[in-house]
Design a binder for this molecule. Sequence first.
Ligand code: 4AD
Ligand code: MG
Length: 459
Amino acid sequence: MGKRILDILNTETSQPSITAEGWIQTVRTSGAVTFFEIGDGSTIFNLQAVADATLPDYTQLQHVPTGAAVRCKGELVASPAKGQKWELHLSHMEILGGVDADYPLQKKRHSFEFMRTIAHVRPRARTFQAVFRVRHALQMAVHRFFDEQGFIQVHTPIITASDCEGAGQMFRVTTLDMDKLPRKDGRIDFGKDFFGREASLTVSGQLEGEIFALAFKNIYTFGPTFRAENSHTARHAAEFWMIEPEMAFCDLAGDRAVAEDFIKYIVTEVLNRCSDDIDFFNQWIEKGLRDKLESLVQAEFATVPYTEAVAMLEKSGEKFEYPVKWGLDLQSEHERYLTEKLLKKPMFVIDYPRDIKAFYMRLNDDEKTVAAMDLLVPRVGEIIGGSQREERIDVLDKQLRHFDLNPEDYWWYRDLRRFGGVAHAGFGLGFERMLMYVTGMQNIRDVIPFARTPGNAEF
Ligand code: 4AD
Ligand code: MG
């Protein structure tokens, strides 16, 4: 196996003989010399390999198509060309995988939309290589942050019987025969189903996360999450990844502090580890991205109660598509206006009306709002949703009834309040939303390897 191109390009001294493997990105012939740009995904930069006419199979090499898989051998020497330290003078190039004429990345630049239809080859394209390298670095940073802070990672189940967010947007999991559904008293008998009850794909690992927080104090989950909401927006996917820390002995202010430290830490890591990719996004995808990320790390995030945020929007004189009124949920256009135009930095909106949030959020003393927090950032809007949890069992029961939920169904969740229950809080970061923010990519379908959205599950 040859060295990674990243390591070759970072070599300190010239090398008499090296081997490099990768895919041809471009081929250019100039006089009696042919230049190949070779990439292997390890860096945004390609290795330039140079073949001259004295090579025995030179005529054949000149026609190696873009996209071919090759193994190159030769001498690594200082490059006279600008912008690259080294180039490879080929002594031999072996074509390991040829390319049929209909290879879609042959020459043209394609729209991101078209690229979604060829998700099996789009990871070879430069932008997507950068996206998925950053995706990797970002998830490593997530684990590093929590590990350094002493959080325990918990693998919460993907198949679940509880609807955490209570929004009824779950994908059913069943092995029942759709043509012969068993019935009892006129209804489908889920007692005959695989789990002996209704089951779904999880919308959040939070409820199970709370179980572990009340044993380990600080925990986090990081897993796939599923929502059957029929949203055709650039920020919603039916399958996405979510990071959910949960902290016992912690209130909403503590929750906010963890969220702010966390976001700053992972952005710093990406700036340090993916500097070349960030430069690429800064140049081609979002002008000013690097400045935005560097100032985020320095900024103090704002905190605005929902009631004030609504007043700010009402006073703004801005025409919105959706109405702004106390008691209505903030829409993406409102969120973006607040964080992009008014505050111009990341902001927590806290203390939302009880009726637009989930049953588990802690009721504030005004009995009208709950101890919730959403973190809004420019361009993306909401990236984090979180709250302090209701730890008082009598209030929790009132909340369950208020939301027409049956306290018996939540018996183990209620038990947590009876067995050493204590104030606790947590939040969920949408991993792809965060990735959109750090890369500047504008569609969630372009930061997840294989997007699951309404009507789309080809790859
Ligand atoms: O605000 P949400 O629904 O919060 C929860 O699920 C809580 N249980 C989290 C917690 O307190 N532990 O979702 C959290 C985040 C959102 O802020 C958003 O970034 C992301 O998950 N998200 C989505 N991302 C992509 N596609 C979707 N359909 C998303 N729905 C939510
Ligand atoms: Mg939310």
